[in-house]
Ligand binder design. Structure first.
Ligand code: ZN
Ligand code: ZN
Length: 347
């Protein structure tokens, strides 16, 4: 089958013929119909993600059709339209049984700890537990845009921070996951301040439901400005990028008792912030929480927002590309100029 392959870090990503994946006993083979290209793929390609060993096939936001089922997979059918979270739980440990597959000790991370979906077909283990059947009205490309960014934003805001209608959310960094957070927050009736250094990204945030925007290119005290715009500080604030500057801006922009959620993956030398334990955590009593991915059981919450007409993930898709263009899209992320989501739809 054809797959776009990382042969060296920061190198070209050629499309080559590789062996067909083997169907796990409790898993399935999915024929990939669409796969989003995410900043975490870029981290994998540039060598900062510790899980990646070469050669590697990335791609973790996939949707497709089941073409083979293993002998121990009892609840899935050939022909079923499916997607899955990028963190696949074992399905049997205590965490998985309690709905917390994202912290499963035996997790399989699609496109990181194993090959991903920048390929014609993908093996998905523990398929009864991890796969999510797609509602008829959600097409493959839209579903692929949700596998990481939209679902990660949903869990961070709804399940972790418990963002409420009418509260202020500050979003630091409006790339794919930041824009997803803007859309989720708008869908549940929160007020959103979108923050970035790029006017085009901020314009897109406005179009997707941000109440206000702030360009911080030439701003030294971002936290104070956020507290001013939000009349005392954000109730919830997210670092959607994962670097020291955006983390600090996020926690300093919170109101007392505010909740910070770390959504951007903090990798490398630019993500080693100190923590103002006395001034913020103790005195202002802020909360700092992490979030990563979502469990398959929680997709229903997002499907509900879509069915109610409150959320249209398709608005985030700016272009559809072929497998041969994966390399140029990932390389293009070096500059942070691309907004919205690119989805591979031709394999
Ligand atoms: Zn587990
Ligand atoms: Zn991702």
């Amino acid at each position: 089958m054809r797959a776009a392959i990382f042969e060296q870090f920061n190198g070209p990503i050629p499309v080559v013929e590789i062996a067909e994946p083997e169907c796990p006993g409790d898993g399935v083979i999915v024929e990939i119909k669409a796969c989003g290209i995410c900043r975490s793929d870029w981290h994998g390609w540039n060598g900062t993600d510790p899980d990646i060993s070469l050669p590697h096939v990335g791609g973790h936001e996939f949707a497709g059709v089941i073409v083979e089922t293993g002998s121990d997979c009892t609840q899935r059918q050939i022909g079923e339209r499916v997607t899955a979270p990028f963190i696949l739980g074992c399905g049997i440990c205590g965490e998985c049984q309690h709905g917390d597959a994202t912290i499963c000790d035996h997790q399989h991370v699609v496109g990181f700890s194993g090959f991903g979906a920048f390929a014609q077909r993908l093996a998905v283990p523990h398929a009864d537990f991890n796969l999510v059947q797609l509602p008829e009205e959600i097409d493959f490309v839209t579903a692929a845009s949700m596998g990481c960014r939209m679902t990660t934003a949903y869990r961070g805001l709804v399940d972790r921070a418990q963002l409420q209608p009418g509260e202020w959310l500050a979003v630091h960094g409006v790339g794919g996951v930041g824009l997803s957070a803007v859309m989720i927050a708008a869908a549940i009736g929160a007020k959103v301040l979108a923050i970035d250094v790029n006017d085009d990204a901020l314009k897109m945030a406005s179009q997707l439901g941000a109440t206000a925007t702030l360009n911080v290119s030439n701003l030294s005290n971002v936290g104070a400005k956020v507290r001013e715009i939000t009349s005392g500080g954000a109730d919830v604030s997210i670092d959607a990028l994962g670097i020291t500057a955006t983390f600090h801006n996020s926690i300093y922009g919170l109101r007392k008792l505010g909740r910070h959620v770390q959504i951007g993956m903090p990798l490398g030398e630019h993500a080693k912030p100190d923590l103002p334990l006395l001034d913020l955590v103790y005195a202002r009593q802020i909360s700092i929480m992490g979030t990563r991915g979502i469990a398959s059981s929680r997709f229903s919450g997002i499907f509900g927002l879509i069915a109610d007409g409150k959320l249209d993930p398709g608005k985030l898709i700016t272009r559809q590309v072929s497998l041969d263009q994966v390399g140029e899209v990932i390389k293009g992320m070096n500059t942070y100029t691309d907004h919205g989501i690119a989805v591979v739809s031709q394999f």
